[in-house]
Design a protein around this ligand. Structure first.
Ligand code: URA
Length: 437
């Protein structure tokens, strides 16, 4: 049957369910460029407002999953475990949990993404390590996992090319934060990437695509259902993203914070989250009999320094300079800095992660259009977190970068993220819910 893209857009615009054939036609046509960006954008916006049914979401996931190559990880022995975050601000957990889990015997053969909107991406972060290669040939990738237990690369053009194109288009058309689009995007990649088990970190809060627990629960259930349906052990951990995770936001700043966390000097929130997520990965990977035992193994991998050693091995294996672990001056350096100070005494009530994410993007750490180059040294360091006491004139955060106008812009945005109250404030609960298994 011949399809017409205009009819498909109209059908969704009117709130009707698309057939599997229509969705497959759209995904195939957008991937091979026979459907132009403007029609794809219009359909995305119609989907954004009208939503997708479960059937549409499952079809979209599979259409994107099979839009290119799928990875066969069978040459790697053991239960391969993948982990994915739904996107947040300051989320450098992959760089911490992957070495922890790998050092506990869980093979990690992972593909990561770039920054999207005001959220960062692991691939951009890893590229701040001098020499680091985020693209490896398939054989090299598999051999590396067999040799050192882990490899993390960027999503190649051959894997879920449909998601790759749509992801970039959604980023610049304000159509990211939609249940069906996020669930299908994440799960198509995870299923195509071939791991046996999947741990999802679903971010929830003002700095995440899902702002409240009810929405995060819907997204988490949807992804667990898609994973289970595809016979993958899938667990979702819903975690707080009302304030940025940790203190550092921006590419090299976050890698440095990940290293510090592996050295045992990381902020409490990121350290705790890393142990919890890695604990679940160790459990679903069959190396622990419960999530609690997995947690204890993760804690031991951290305190013994084994996880830090694994990170060094990983950096070296992918062509990066492992000395960055001891010498942070090897990272790209910012020549300028600006600070935001408190206008009064009190307690930090709010650090809106979304504003910090946008501010970081403005310093040069994120992209505003899909072609924008990144300043890998740029970003923000938070000196205070929610609940911290603060004095008038004390530094709340420092912005780094190389362009004065960009830093000024970022500074105004970052200042608007902070709310100071006269009363003491309780820090938010980090782990909100675990779904699946
Ligand atoms: N992360 C993804 O991989 N896709 C989305 O749509 C959002 C976050």
């Amino acid at each position: 049957m011949a399809f017409n893209m205009n009819d498909i857009i109209y059908k969704k615009r009117q709130g009707n369910e698309l057939t599997s054939e229509e969705i497959e036609y759209f995904v195939k046509g957008y991937t091979d460029s026979s459907i132009p960006d403007y029609q794809a954008s219009a359909l995305l916006m119609a989907i954004f407002f009208r939503g997708l049914s479960r059937k549409e979401i499952f079809t979209l996931t599979n259409a994107m999953r099979y839009s290119g190559d799928t990875v066969d990880l069978s040459p790697i022995s053991g239960i391969k475990v993948d982990k994915h975050s739904s996107g947040g601000v300051g989320d450098k957990t992959t760089l911490i949990v992957a070495p922890i889990a790998a050092s506990c015997g869980i093979p990690i053969a992972k593909m990561s993404g770039r920054g999207l909107g005001f959220t960062g991406g692991t691939v951009d972060k890893m590229e701040s390590i001098p020499g680091f290669r985020t693209s490896l040939e398939a054989e090299e990738f598999l051999n590396q996992v067999n040799r050192i237990g882990m490899a993390v690369i960027g999503q190649t053009a051959h894997i879920t090319p449909a998601d790759k194109k749509l992801y970039a288009l959604r980023d610049v058309t304000s159509t990211v934060d939609n249940f069906g689009l996020i669930a299908s995007s994440i799960m198509s990649k995870k299923l195509a990437a071939g791991s046996d088990a999947i741990v999802l970190d679903v971010k929830c809060g003002q700095g995440a695509f899902m702002e409240n627990l009810d929405d995060a629960t819907i997204l988490a259930n949807l992804m667990v259902d898609i994973g289970t349906d595809a016979k993958r052990k899938t667990v979702a951990v819903i975690t707080d993203m009302n304030q940025p995770l940790g203190n550092a936001v921006g590419n090299s700043l976050e890698v440095i914070e990940a290293i510090e966390t592996l050295k045992g000097n990381g902020p409490d929130d990121i350290t705790e989250l890393a142990k919890r997520l890695a604990g679940v990965m160790i459990f679903v990977g069959g190396k622990a009999s419960s999530k609690e035992e997995g947690y204890a193994m993760a804690a031991d991998a951290l305190s013994s320094g084994r996880a830090l050693e694994k990170l060094k091995e990983f950096i070296e294996a992918q062509g990066g300079n492992p000395e960055v672990v001891n010498d942070y001056s090897l990272f790209p350096q910012a020549s300028l800095m600006e600070t935001v100070v408190s206008e009064k005494d009190g307690f930090v009530k709010d650090i809106k992660a979304r504003n910090i994410g946008i501010a970081s993007q403005k310093t040069g750490a994120g992209r505003e259009t899909k072609e924008d180059p990144l300043d890998l040294s740029a970003g923000i360091y938070l000196s205070k977190k929610i609940g911290s006491a603060v004095k008038k004139g004390e530094v709340l955060c420092t912005l780094y970068g190389n362009d004065k106008a960009k830093l000024e812009n970022g500074k105004a945005e970052a200042a608007s993220a902070f709310e100071i109250s006269d009363e003491p404030v309780e820090p938010p609960v980090l782990i909100k819910k675990i779904i699946g298994e």
